[in-house]
Write a protein of this length. Structure first.
Lengths: 165, 182
């Protein structure tokens, strides 16, 4: 069907029980990449910082967002963080929205905001928040390592975005 | 309420993922799929975050390489539906695969554990060996084990002061610490 032009040769497909199934970039890789990040930061967590996954970050005006990964200074039980040291979003389809969130995170004083773009295989690191914007943005690809603002080992971008088992 | 006789067009996880990809559904929306119908999850309360953080830290630090831990990630259920358990311990999967079985699932209940109790049938039916409901309002953990014919045949209530030894090889859970009562 690919040769006949019926199927897009770029389509990621597999055959399951005789039915063509599209391998969606959403879901499986998002979970894998988020898990890699969680393991990486939780192992280094403790008195210096805590890690939460897809939990609430309170925003001014009484709202909240739920970033994929939240790394923040310890707070009392029963409290929700309203700022953070590092926020990571794993992005597969809504990259534009994840870019827009930068303003929200900068305004909340999040010191570093990373977007792990699993479609383009790159890591965008936003630093130095000033009001509603990050004044430093750097792009990292496979082969690079990134030292996070918190006391955790540097992140190997190849390992983070790896498509292998 | 729709009458029982109305033929619902049932969605599958594949439909939902396509909708998220097309931007029809917000990929940040916390949705589960039950019998082909999209169901909203309640917004978490402040106690929920602390308990889940404790659990995630405990399992991520304590588990060896034999297992993986996922927090609020997709768990595929029969009929191409899916749930978003708060925490699950699974065997390693090839990349690009979503889990449809687990060794342990934990839900942190807030305000009402009715939905979490309903989920126990689904988890038992797919053979999840152990299912915990952590209730931060009632200060207890309901430990479900021994799934048989679609139901857990052993359910035990643990409270602060108790220690739960998971069936998998991971350090025991101090219930008081988990519930923030230590």
């Amino acid at each position: 069907m690919v040769a006949a032009g019926i199927l897009d040769e770029g389509a990621r497909l597999e055959l399951v029980d005789g039915v063509l199934v599209e391998l969606s970039p959403i879901g499986p890789r998002h979970g894998d990449v988020l898990e890699w990040l969680t393991v990486h930061f939780v192992k280094a967590s403790g008195d210096g910082f805590r890690v939460r996954v897809q939990d609430m970050l309170l925003t001014p005006g009484g709202g909240f967002v739920q970033p994929d990964l939240l790394v923040f200074e310890p707070i009392a039980r029963g409290r929700q963080p309203s700022t953070a040291l590092l926020v990571v979003e794993v992005s597969d389809s809504a990259l534009a929205r994840d870019h827009e969130k930068a303003a929200t995170y900068a305004a909340a004083g999040v010191l570093e905001y990373w977007i792990a773009d699993v479609d383009s295989d790159e890591l965008l690191v936003h630093r130095k928040p000033c009001d509603c914007a990050y004044t430093s943005i750097e792009r990292f690809v496979a082969g690079d390592t990134v030292a996070p603002i918190v006391e955790a080992p540097p992140v190997d971008v190849s390992a983070l975005l790896s498509r292998a088992d | 309420m729709l009458p029982q006789t109305v033929p619902i067009h049932r969605l599958t996880i594949d439909d939902v993922m396509a909708m998220e990809k097309a931007g029809i559904l917000d990929e940040d929306a916390r949705l589960e799929l039950v019998d082909g119908v999209l169901v909203e999850m309640m917004a978490p309360g402040p106690q929920h975050g602390g308990a889940l953080e404790w659990l995630a830290t405990h399992f991520y630090k304590g588990l060896g390489d034999a297992y993986r831990v996922r927090v609020q990630d997709t768990f595929v259920t029969p009929g191409r539906n899916f749930l978003l358990p708060d925490l699950m311990v699974i065997e390693p999967l090839p990349r690009d695969r979503l889990p449809d079985s687990a060794l342990l699932i934990v839900e942190v209940a807030y305000t009402s554990r009715a939905r979490d109790v309903e989920k126990s049938e689904t988890y038992a039916a797919v053979g999840v060996a152990e299912y915990w409901i952590v209730d931060v309002d009632r200060d207890d953990v309901l430990v479900h084990r021994a799934p048989r014919a679609g139901a857990y045949t052993s359910v035990e209530r643990s409270m602060p002061g108790d220690v739960i030894a998971p069936l998998i090889d991971v350090p025991p859970v101090n219930v008081a610490a988990l519930l923030g009562r230590a």
